[in-house]
Each structure stands twice: as structure tokens, then as C-alpha cells.
Design a binder for this molecule. Structure first.
Ligand code: ZN
Ligand code: ZN
Length: 132
């Protein structure tokens, strides 16, 4: 992954810039992600929260005790899932200025994958969370 990683929401009110290295690039097929994103999966780039600067009026919803989902309250674009205790934030690939910067390294929670989503057999896929 190279080049600055920046992005934002559809209306432009929320912007972010990531300065640190990408921790991982995974596609999550869990039901919570499907619902939160409003799509079949969540392709997200994971960073340390401290490495991402976010500006604008982000609203949050706690989809579980561990995860805050951030979105633009004006246009509704889903921006991130923030694992607060771990200090990690997953930026949605669709909100990147250059979505091609997202290259999937693994698929996770494929036990709840939609059946019409066909995975590349070269990319590791795990029924639940990726092994530590
Ligand atoms: Zn917006
Ligand atoms: Zn998920």
C-alpha cells in the first residue's frame, strides 16, 4: 500500500487522513457489518486510531459494546468501525478517495457471507475472526 490514504463522505462534510501504516486490509462478512454498511460486506482498511485524523461532524452508533460505527449525519455515508478498547479503526474502502488502495488480504466471518458473493480462492477466508 503506498501513497497518502485519505477519504471522506459523499457530501464532503466528513474527511479523514491516515498517516500510519495499514494494519490489515480485510473484508468482513458479518451481519452487523452488512447492516451497518447497508451492503453485502464491509471491505475495510484497519489503522491505529491514533494514526487517523478525522474532521467534520461524525455521528456514532455503538453496534456492540466493543465497536462504534461512525457515519456522516448529513449524508449517511459509513466512514468507520472503531474498536475503542483496542485503539483500532477500520475505514470503509468505499469512502477512500482512491478505493483501489484497498487490496483484500483476507475474508473474515464468511460463515455469514451472502451466497452470491464468490471469493477469490487465493485470498485466505475464515469462518469467523482471523486467527491471531
Ligand atoms: Zn456527508
Ligand atoms: Zn463485521
Amino acid at each position: 500500500m503506498s501513497g497518502e490514504i485519505a477519504g471522506g463522505c459523499l457530501c464532503g462534510a466528513v474527511r479523514y487522513v491516515a498517516s500510519g501504516p495499514v494494519v490489515n486490509a480485510r473484508v468482513c462478512h458479518c451481519h452487523l457489518c452488512q447492516r451497518a454498511i447497508g451492503a453485502a460486506f464491509n471491505a475495510r482498511l484497519l489503522f491505529r486510531r491514533a494514526d487517523v485524523e478525522i474532521s467534520g461532524p461524525v455521528a456514532e452508533h455503538a453496534s456492540s459494546e466493543a465497536i462504534q460505527r461512525g457515519f456522516c449525519p448529513r449524508c449517511g455515508t459509513t466512514i468507520y468501525s472503531h474498536r475503542v478498547a483496542a485503539g483500532m479503526i477500520g475505514l470503509t474502502s468505499g469512502s477512500l478517495d482512491n478505493p483501489a488502495q484497498f487490496v483484500p488480504e483476507a475474508h473474515i466471518f464468511v460463515e455469514s457471507k451472502q451466497p452470491w458473493v464468490v471469493l477469490d480462492p487465493v485470498i485466505p477466508a475464515y469462518p469467523g475472526a482471523a486467527p491471531a
